[in-house]
Design a protein around this ligand. Sequence first.
Ligand code: SF4
Ligand code: SF4
Length: 376
Amino acid sequence: MTEISPMEEWLYSCIRCGNCKYVFKGYAPSCPSGEYFNFESYFASGRLWIAHGIQKGELDWDPSLIDPIFSCTTCGNCEVQCLAPHREHIVEMIEELRHLAVKKIGALPAHQKFAERIESNHNPYGAEHHARTLVQEHSLPNMASIVYFIGCTSNYRENEIRDSTISILQKAGVDFTIVDEHCCGSPLLRTGQVDEVTELAEHNRTEIQHTGAKIVITSCSGCYRTLIKDYNRLGLELDVEVVHISQFIRELINEGKLILKKSFEPLQVTYHDPCHLARHMGEYEAPRDVLNFLPVDFVEMDEIRESAWCCGAGGGCKAAYPEWSLETAKTRIEHAVETEASTLVSTCPFCKRGLADANNDSMEIIDLCELVDRLS
Ligand code: SF4
Ligand code: SF4
């Protein structure tokens, strides 16, 4: 009998039942891509069928495969709804399909730009690289027990998240510093450009080692996933504990190191689970615990936690499929508006960016770090 690889075994476990298309409880749609493009190959089941065809040599690499392969936010909602064995590998299989596609036909032009800009400027936006200037600006030490890994979106686009994180750490008297960080590699990993990531990880590991830190904190859910899950999977471990800022803030409040203000007119807030923090890493509680500590009225949306609707920005889709990405974010804003909250909070700069672009002034969109900084 011919041996089959783990990837083949995973592919054969899809029985084409279609459960991945809906949230099991309540039959709400689960897949932003399938809902928008409305064709089988834009759902997880169709993508796995494409992978199956390629693996068996029954499908040739053809331009008609490009959109089904790349128009997936890698949100992982299909993995939650699927009941088949190996369901936890669906996103990995879609990413492996992208890796193969990039090798065979090259990356999408929008995604190639990420790689070019990371090579020239160390960030996917092509912004002027500036991490070390922050060390002087905030009088940070060269050696510290904790490194704050900012992430490119907080550093170069949503920098109020970076500034409020620094402010929180300073208010709580945390011994931390910032390194000359390069992109963690998440935009490349999500878009099939895996081979370029080793150099980035090695640079970041060396920079962190030079500080003597044993803990890395990040305010970006994409970095959090990448620095732990992807670096470990690729054998690029950082040899430090990586902590998401929501987990760290919860600890600071619990230990009495961060003092919260009292508010007599509490904001009504709701919370969006970022896919990279929640479904991908299983962290649902820390942001909610922090919101419950704060002087706010916290109200949940219907589609939350494992079954939360994606913001539409991930997987390279905001760059390559902007209209669909925006429509997906608009749906999430509608979910938030239904709660009658005035403020939508998330814990990922990329979610904030995607949701803010779709917002139309219906509510305030902020990161948890901004809210905590405002109320401490
Ligand atoms: S991915 Fe899972 S839920 Fe979707 S069709 Fe295949 S077996 Fe069914
Ligand atoms: S990861 Fe998200 S967008 Fe991609 S197929 Fe699964 S549910 Fe659809």
